[in-house]
Design a binder for this molecule. Sequence first.
Ligand SMILES: C[S@@+](CC[C@H](N)C(=O)[O-])C[C@H]1O[C@@H](n2cnc3c(N)ncnc32)[C@H](O)[C@@H]1O
Length: 272
Amino acid sequence: MSSRAPARPVGTVTRGTTNPNRLRRMDRWIAATHGAELRRAADPLAVDLGYGAAPWTAVELLLRLRSVAPRARVVGVEIEPARVAAAEPYAREGLDFRHGGFEIPVPRRPHLVRAANVLRQYDEDEVAAVWRRLCARLAPADPVTGSRGGLLVEGTCDEIGRRHVWVALGPEGPRTVTFATRLGSLERPSDLAERLPKALIHRNVPGEPVHAFLRDFDRAWAAAAPYASYGARQRWIRTVRELTADWPVTDGPARWRQGEVTVRWGALAPRG
Ligand SMILES: C[S@@+](CC[C@H](N)C(=O)[O-])C[C@H]1O[C@@H](n2cnc3c(N)ncnc32)[C@H](O)[C@@H]1O
């Protein structure tokens, strides 16, 4: 354990549920959207914060990041000491494990912090402070190189990773919200509502932007029903294209084809 770690890590031990390949959609999105930042760093450092009872997601994150940034390193950070001990045999070149919490006990400011299925077990009113704390740990933006700085990816998914929603934040704060799903199993876009991250899940009520967004998403999905005969992918692409008329969608068809859509955070942020 790093000598920088405080005696008591910041946070609370929660359930350790995880699964192999559960976070593949999130890993791939990170590789696609943040790969260039990781490549440009001399010594790119990523943290899998709260990897759970087994270290699979940290091992997979290393492999997927290395496919786009061969110098990337991953540190798995867990607040439950027995889970750190259980992970040790999986340490390898580029991957190690530390006991710690939201203070993130690594010696440098990381280029990526991924916290999947961690904050869902905290209270909604704790989220803003945790986000601020984690964002302050990210590698800073650098106007000279054009770097936007490190990225925090915080979100939730189901047991086997078919439905995901995550928020991406930079050193300056929240940037985007991404919805990602296995299209074959989707009845309607609002099926994703149960996987909203903690900052949004209690806001899926009339009068809140995220509720209006999911309502519009379902309407556009219904209107795109004729495209279903070309497959769920074509229907999703058509649906998202329709959504772009009213919502600030930040990505394009290459990501939509994966069953994703990313929207500017400001459009979905809770009111008040
Ligand atoms: C449900 S598991 C998620 C495992 C994995 N990230 C996944 O998505 O499959 C949540 C883990 O986060 C850990 N955790 C909770 N708060 C934490 C904190 N402040 N710092 C580090 N780990 C934390 C818990 O101990 C638990 O093992």
